[in-house]
Design a binder for this molecule. Structure first.
Ligand code: MG
Ligand code: ZN
Length: 196
């Protein structure tokens, strides 16, 4: 049994890779150059990494699940298997499914599959629905300005905790926030009592 672990729920298109619109072939996957560094920063600070992505292109018949899995396999290869799990919603927006962001189905599924420390977990994405997803399940949120982020930062109904230029800036912010703060009073006492 694994211990409860803080997790970064990562949007995919526009956050990890360029949003090309219904990405349907591995050869059209362009991972942003800063992502590897961002993910290793998360890893070295004890975060699990899980992708949560709306993929209505499947419901629309633009591509099928095997194409999606081939894209994720290529992503894992390029990122040295840094992603611990992928969750996707294949449904059309108007079907009222529970999994399409900002609904909570993918997070609920992740919680069934993995012991997750929700109080230390975050959602990072480029759209208002990513911010809404995080806020809807009580997680802290960062909006990145890659993908749709720059335009969506102006239409947000609810604010994320932070707006970051990209995933690496988000990782720096989050890993700094989660560091334990030094007890200032005791360190001051030690300094003042040390002989000069
Ligand atoms: Mg996105
Ligand atoms: Zn769905």
């Amino acid at each position: 049994m694994g211990r409860y672990q803080k997790t970064i729920f990562l949007d995919r298109d526009g956050t990890v890779n360029e949003d090309v619109g219904y990405l349907s072939r591995p050869e059209d996957l362009y991972i942003f150059p800063f992502v590897k560094e961002a993910l290793s920063l998360f890893n070295s600070n004890g975060f699990r990494l899980m992708v949560v992505t709306n993929q209505s292109g499947i419901g629309r018949g633009v591509y099928d699940e095997s194409a999606l899995h081939a894209i994720h396999a290529k992503m894992q290869k390029e990122l040295d298997n840094a992603i611990d799990a992928f969750y996707f919603c294949p449904h059309l927006p108007d079907t009222g499914c529970e999994c399409r962001k900002p609904n909570l189905g993918m997070i609920e599924a992740a919680k069934k599959d993995h012991p997750i420390d929700m109080s230390g977990s975050w959602v990072v994405g480029d759209k208002d629905i990513d911010v809404e997803l995080g806020l809807n399940c009580g997680l802290r949120t960062v909006l990145v300005e890659t993908g749709y982020g720059r335009s969506h930062s102006g239409i947000l109904r609810r604010r994320p905790e932070r707006i970051a230029a990209n995933l690496l800036e988000a990782a720096r912010y989050i890993t700094n926030r989660n560091k334990p703060t030094l007890p200032k009073s005791s360190s001051r006492r030690t300094m003042s009592s040390s002989p000069k």
